[in-house]
Design a protein around this ligand. Structure first.
Ligand code: ZN
Ligand code: ZN
Length: 352
């Protein structure tokens, strides 16, 4: 029996090969593992809610109404930076199309010559010169591309990410070229918020203890103890993390490069991206140009899906009325064999 192929249009995000999840028809993109991200949300929203419920009414009356106002503004900024980091494309690089992968592998084999059986083939590396430094481009066996400089393959998301910094389970996404500055602003503002809540928790307890006594104060505001504990433990990790990223930004270096010691001098390679000037490095990382996503997640592509001839016949007559987005039926064609193709997934790939 011949199979009928129905060509239909789907959004490209539905066919992306990495381990990501998408919401809002491809507008929101995250890693598949999101448990720790929900914990982050719970800790931030929970601690701030306790602060607004137990401390803010007292502090607004006895100290200044500006205290809760500033806390709300800081909280909104933290949440905006967190969601901007978590929900965006970190800089995922498209995988090579099948014909591109075949061409690149043919080129590599031609360059390496015939490797005798039993011998390891030479590593797939290309050298490029950046600011008078030789930088190695490594071949990704999963994405079938020579990664651009500073890119790395995230094993959790299963994508190559440009200017890969690290995969952060707390934000539920990779941190890379397109969301690094928002990640940094998130850690910086969260540090300020934690210090702010911790300080005013202490101020609140001291002021109330003068009138009521210390133990009575703790009984009246049970949330305060919990807030002080959460803030105390968050403080060290978040402030430490912000300090570490400030140091990395001043050197124009990524966490991945720092862990690997890429520019530590052991390979006699200086960081070719550093301007040798802290202010210039900070300006480039935090205020440099933003980059568009190269995934075109919401673009449309055509997909052939096989259906049996019997079930296709009635549906083809009613296809004109069922033109709902995102999978309108467009054409019906008959093939003697079944196949799926994903050739129109990505824009043409640059060869490095
Ligand atoms: Zn890869
Ligand atoms: Zn990742």
């Amino acid at each position: 029996m011949s199979a009928v192929m129905i060509t239909r249009k789907v959004r490209k995000w539905e066919k992306l090969p990495g381990k990501n999840t998408f919401c809002c028809d491809g507008r929101v993109m995250m890693a598949r593992q999101k448990g720790v991200f929900y914990l982050t949300l719970f800790l931030i929203i929970g601690t701030c809610s306790l602060f607004f419920a137990f401390e803010c009414p007292y502090l607004a009356v006895h100290l200044s109404p500006a205290i809760p106002v500033f806390a709300v503004l800081l909280f909104l900024f933290v949440m905006a930076m967190l969601l901007r980091t978590s929900f965006s494309d970190p800089g995922v690089l498209p995988r090579a199309l099948p014909e591109e992968a075949t061409f690149i592998e043919m080129e590599i084999e031609a360059a390496n010559g015939n490797v005798p059986a039993g011998q390891r083939p030479p590593p797939r590396i290309r050298n490029v010169q950046i600011n008078n430094q030789i930088v190695k481009l490594k071949y990704c066996y999963t994405c079938k591309i020579f990664r651009p400089p500073r890119a790395s393959h995230c094993s959790i998301c299963d994508n190559c990410v440009d200017r890969f910094d690290h995969h952060c389970p707390w934000v539920g996404n990779c941190v890379g070229k397109r969301n690094y500055r928002y990640f940094y602003l998130f850690t910086l503002s969260l540090s300020l918020l934690t210090i702010y809540i911790f300080t005013f928790d202490i101020v609140h307890v001291v002021m109330r203890s003068v009138d009521n006594g210390f133990l009575n104060t703790l009984k009246e505001t049970p949330g305060t103890v919990l807030e002080v504990l959460v803030c105390f433990f968050t403080l060290w990790s978040v402030v430490g993390l912000t300090g570490f990223h400030t140091y990395l930004i001043s050197l124009n270096q990524t966490t991945n490069e720092d862990i690997k010691g890429s520019w530590s001098g052991k390979n006699r390679v200086q960081n070719p991206y550093s301007h040798k000037n802290i202010v210039k490095n900070c300006c480039e990382v935090l205020c440099g140009p933003t980059y568009p996503s190269v995934l075109d997640r919401r673009g449309l592509m055509q997909e052939d899906s096989p259906v049996s001839a019997a079930s296709a016949a009635p549906s083809s007559s009613s296809s004109n009325s069922s033109s709902s987005n995102p999978v309108p039926q467009t054409t019906v064609s008959t093939h003697t064999h079944t196949h799926t193709h994903t050739q129109t997934l990505y824009p043409p790939l640059h060869t490095f």
